[in-house]
Design a protein around this ligand. Structure first.
Ligand code: GLU
Length: 325
């Protein structure tokens, strides 16, 4: 089926490793607006695949924070739905099936490189900042005998053998994108400790859940060519992508805890009403001329991806004060 005929479905997929803050909340809000303004269905998925980094109580808190902000979803960990479960750690079977499929297609190989070896590569100059350096393919050429020998001493990770060709796609927010051949290198789909990588899990889940539109932060733009390769290798339909510029502090770095009390729970404890936060987020995202208290649903008629600034948004201390005072 052509994607144009599919019902519009989007999602917000938080990782429960930290408190929901205004940066994540903005992504959630814009994603919700993009989908709801097209009368689409919105899904909440908990991306806790990296168990050691995830904390269930933060997942529950994230849902509560988003609800408090005025967002809703048709399917999710708390509401259930036809694609249950909506928690990655409970979807291992689907990831194993995808690994099997990739293995059978000859797209995977075991990698025995140590962290130290990879760190040495990391110190070399590279272009793909958010995903680390490209893997040079050291283990790709190992013979079966060499692989067996190494497996006796070490559990390998599994890497996807990336095609040596450029990848291009049209991003609904960032415009036409072209990545040179080998841009992402051969990336890990299963870590040596058995944990499935974000790249594989997100592709399997978005496809299985019928997601047609992915709106997320610009920091994940570099992941997109890898994910497009996985969609193709698995014979799955890729969604449309929209990568929105990040919120940054005055130091030019991505907005984070170091920039002060930006957690939604801290703002709530401070007595800031959710409508004020939504208005603030809408104003810095080009959807309102100046901040004024609004509910998310009041922004629906004003929403257009084209209104979102194409440059990172600097959240100055002064701007932040306007929210908390
Ligand atoms: N779970 C990811 C994060 O919290 C988002 C993944 C995505 O939107 O593709 O950064």
């Amino acid at each position: 089926m052509n994607m144009k005929e599919l019902p519009v479905r989007g999602r917000f997929a938080p990782t429960p490793s930290g408190l929901m803050h205004i940066g994540n909340a903005r992504t959630a809000l814009l994603s919700w607006l993009q989908i709801r303004s097209q009368n689409g269905q919105f899904v909440l998925r908990m991306e806790d695949i990296d168990k050691p980094r995830s904390r269930p109580e933060l997942g529950a808190q994230a849902l509560a924070d988003l609800r408090w902000l005025g967002l809703d979803w048709d399917e999710g960990p708390d509401t259930g739905g036809p694609y249950s479960p909506y928690v990655q750690s409970e979807r291992q079977r689907l990831y194993d099936e995808a690994l099997c499929k990739l293995e059978q297609a000859g797209k995977l190989y075991p990698c025995y490189c140590s962290r130290a070896e990879l760190a040495a590569i990391a110190s070399a100059p590279h272009g793909l900042q958010s995903e680390g350096p490209s893997y040079p393919g050291t283990c790709r050429a190992l013979s079966r005998a060499e692989q067996q020998e190494r497996r006796r001493h070490k559990t390998p990770s599994l890497r996807f053998a990336a095609a040596d060709e450029p990848i291009a796609y049209y991003d609904l927010a960032a415009g036409a994108q072209t990545f040179p051949a080998g841009a992402g290198g051969d990336f890990i789909v299963k870590r040596a400790d058995g944990i499935i990588s974000y790249q594989l899990a997100v592709v399997v889940d978005d496809a299985a859940m019928g997601i047609t539109d992915v709106l997320r932060g610009y920091d994940l733009l570099d992941s997109t060519p890898r994910q497009l390769m996985l969609y193709e290798a698995l014979g799955l339909q890729a969604p449309r992508f929209a990568h929105i510029p990040l919120l940054v502090g005055e130091d030019g770095r991505r907005l984070a805890k170091r920039h002060g009390s930006i957690a939604l729970s801290a703002l709530r404890d401070h007595g800031i009403p959710p409508e004020k936060i939504v208005g603030f987020l809408a104003a810095i995202s080009g959807l309102l001329e100046r901040p004024e208290p609004v509910r998310p649903s009041e922004l629906l008629s004003n929403f257009a991806l084209s209104r979102i600034p194409r440059q990172p948004v600097v959240v100055t201390d002064e701007l932040m004060r306007s929210l908390v005072e």
